[in-house]
Design a protein around this ligand. Structure first.
Ligand SMILES: [Zn+2]
Length: 106
């Protein structure tokens, strides 16, 4: 993949199948993985690598050690066997697609 600057913070990234527009200031990508995961994925990572932007600067603070430690500092109760779960009906009919890079789409 290669990234071409189209603005101060915007880049066009071509991955062979898809032409993405990455906005590093607003942390978005037209494939939506960047904003959904709040973590740079393939397109954003390519733009950042080509233009020497530190990877950590565009990750959500919730991926940082401090917040992970806080998230797991309380007791976490087991959720039991999946066959015993009673999920809400509207959730049962949601379709989730997984992209080739592992991101989720709804
Ligand atoms: Zn993307």
């Amino acid at each position: 993949m290669n990234a071409f600057a189209i603005g101060l913070y915007e880049f066009q990234v071509k991955d062979g199948r898809y032409e993405a527009i990455v906005d590093l200031e607003n942390k978005t990508c037209t494939c939506r993985e960047f904003q959904l995961d709040q973590l740079p994925r393939a397109h954003a990572f390519t733009a950042m690598r080509v233009h020497n932007v530190p990877y950590e600067s565009k990750c959500s603070k919730y991926y940082k050690s401090k917040y992970l430690m806080i998230a797991y500092s309380e007791l976490i109760h087991p959720v039991g066997d999946q066959s015993d779960w009673i999920p809400p009906k509207d959730v049962c009919y949601e379709v989730v697609y997984i992209s080739s890079s592992g991101g989720l789409f709804y």
